[in-house]
Design a protein around this ligand. Structure first.
Ligand code: GLY
Length: 373
């Protein structure tokens, strides 16, 4: 069964699009629009072998004119050089304004192909086809596109909404467990900030999820996608509410930076959730009981509190100041109030927290040394 959820951006009718979640969508191309002069499939070398070659064959059988472009997989290729190469290849093949890009892959492909679509001939259409759990529950939805620079992640980019998001959950069957957990953390984050019922569903179905049960994963993707869609519809350009999607990410991004991006994004966010939930507990916003529940589920996924010991807390705090979400040198945190709810003051969701409190939370969890109360 295919689930269809509509994204409606109130300020822009053209930016409203369907998010389809279903099994074998890449084999049944019923969602493919007809009215484009050319299709450009952008993917990475790994995904090319798994899905792109087959998709291109099917598109050609259906009569589409198709160009397949791929680049080396990994975050380190999400840069201006790869983007330039893609654009040059498209120009060489005389791709016009009526070209449709299919961004087939994980978050890196989605961000890079989306940004290429945003700037090619001042903006052409694209469809997000996420093949990882992380991309299905988070990065493919909401129109954030961009590339990394030596100064940091996603510092150059654009809001450019796709024409559709096609999440074929069959792709999850071949996804390595490490990457399944990577995406699972973003789903967990979504449930923690907005949906206590889905958090319980995740808790109760953890074994089946880790065994890759596609039916249960599909249900989880739908629930997480609904949360992201609702948030983006209310705040497309990240001016207020969309900040809540950043729960666990202030510390998570800092861990990615100090580990030189060796740690996967979702794994860094898992530790970020631990520290940021502890911050909320120390500030009297989250109950100790709820902190233990969150710690419990993360421990179950092998993100152990004591693992934090291997990082220097001062370096982590320093790295948070480089986050692009920091405003005027002030570091903001999303503070969890309950399982499924964040602390909000008027229309503000991101709150200043002193370095002292962050340090105290970090040391309290890792047990690195006793911390002053
Ligand atoms: N991944 C966070 C956002 O889309 O705003």
């Amino acid at each position: 069964m295919i689930k269809k959820i509509n994204m409606n951006i109130p300020t822009c009718k053209a930016a409203s699009y369907p998010v389809l979640i279903g099994d074998d969508l890449l084999k049944r191309l019923t969602w493919m629009p007809k009215d484009y002069s050319q299709i450009v499939v952008i993917t990475d070398h790994k995904v090319k072998k798994y899905y792109a070659d087959n998709l291109v064959k099917l598109l050609i059988i259906k009569g589409y004119k198709v160009l397949l472009l791929s680049f080396s997989s990994g975050e380190k290729y999400k840069n201006i050089r790869t983007k330039n190469r893609l654009e040059e290849q498209m120009l060489k093949c005389v791709c016009d304004r009526n070209t449709l890009i299919l961004a087939l892959g994980g978050g890196v492909v989605g961000d890079l192909a989306g940004f290429t679509a945003a700037t090619y001939m001042r903006g052409i259409a694209y469809i997000q086809i996420p093949t990882t759990l992380l991309a299905m529950v988070d990065s493919s939805i909401g129109g954030k596109t961009g590339i990394d620079t030596p100064q940091g992640k996603n510092l150059i980019g654009a809001y450019w909404q796709p024409k559709a998001v096609i999440a074929d959950i069959a792709c999850l069957r071949t996804l390595p467990k490490k990457h399944l957990i990577n995406g699972l953390i973003e789903a967990l984050k979504a449930f923690l900030i907005r949906d206590a019922k889905s958090f319980s569903y995740l808790q109760n179905n953890m074994d089946a999820i880790l065994q890759g049960d596609v039916k249960i994963l599909g249900h989880m993707v739908e629930k997480a996608a609904r949360i992201k869609i609702d948030v983006v519809q209310k705040d497309e350009k990240d001016n207020h509410l969309r900040a809540i999607l950043n729960f666990g990410h202030t510390i998570g991004h800092a861990l990615e930076l100090v580990s030189n991006y060796k740690i996967l994004h979702g794994h860094a966010v898992a530790y970020g959730i631990l520290v940021e939930a502890k911050i909320a507990e120390l500030m009297g916003i989250l109950s100790p009981k709820n902190f233990l529940i969150i710690e419990g589920i993360l421990n179950q996924l092998h993100f152990m509190s004591k693992d934090l010991k291997k990082w220097d807390v001062n370096k982590i705090i320093q790295a948070t100041t480089l986050d692009k979400k920091a405003k005027k040198g002030m570091i903001n945190y999303i503070l969890l109030k309950d399982i499924g709810a964040v602390y909000q003051y008027k229309n503000t969701y991101a709150h200043m927290v002193s370095d002292k409190t962050v340090k105290k939370a970090f040391l309290a969890i890792s047990g690195a040394r006793s911390y002053a109360r």
